[in-house]
Write a protein that binds this ligand. Structure first.
Ligand code: ATP
Ligand code: MG
Length: 175
């Protein structure tokens, strides 16, 4: 899978619409402390379905919405769109997640409304996703070292691309 484009509106410090093209090869994000480098990585994980507010450095899910500054009012929604190649059956896929205050999250894949679970499955089958070991956040290395065996197994399963099978089995068991 290759992420080719990331668009953000109202996500954390990215209050104004931002459109980033990610070209093949190595991309570096540089800037002073607090300029939003980690927020960009969190936007990726969030669009892929991250459901833990804590792992997005917030207390609640709505904390990803631009909270306002001394000069700018808070927003009432956040939206992140990511474009990727090599995911699922299509040549290119666009995944959009949007959250509105008081209304929760909504997801779209190529313009179609889907469930969070569908986004999870899409990326799980490409051995990537919100919990992919390919996305290493600040402090994550320490967390991997300190992880309990079951957590570490989940990381390995995600890396091996079999996490999607577990989701499907759980789904089947519920039916
Ligand atoms: P460092 O180099 O220290 O790791 P960084 O470039 O990774 O910094 P981030 O942690 O991505 O920076 O960005 C932090 C900034 O994002 C802070 O200024 C914080 O106030 C801002 N921020 C986070 N959440 C929100 C929000 N909901 N609304 C507005 N600003 C936010
Ligand atoms: Mg950072």
């Amino acid at each position: 899978m290759r992420i080719t484009r990331l668009r953000l509106t109202g996500f954390k410090s990215f209050v104004d619409p931002s459109d980033l093209r990610i070209e093949p090869g190595l991309t570096g994000i540089v800037g002073p402390n607090g300029c939003g480098k980690s927020n960009l990585l969190e936007a990726l994980r969030w669009a892929m379905g991250e459901s833990s507010a804590r792992s997005l450095r917030g207390a609640g899910m709505e904390d990803v919405i631009f909270a306002g500054t001394a000069t700018r009012p808070a927003r009432d929604f956040a939206e992140v769109a990511l474009h990727a190649e090599g995911v699922g059956a299509d040549d290119e896929v666009e995944v959009v997640r949007r959250i509105e205050r008081g209304a929760g999250s909504a997801y779209r894949i190529n313009g179609r409304d889907v469930r969070a679970k569908d986004v999870g499955l899409l990326f799980a089958d490409s051995a990537t996703g919100a919990h992919s070991p390919a996305l290493v956040s600040q402090g994550r290395i320490g967390a991997i070292i300190a992880a309990r065996p079951a957590e570490r197994r989940a990381m390995l399963e995600e890396a091996a691309g079999i996490a999607g099978l577990h989701v499907r089995r759980k789904d089947a068991e519920q039916k």
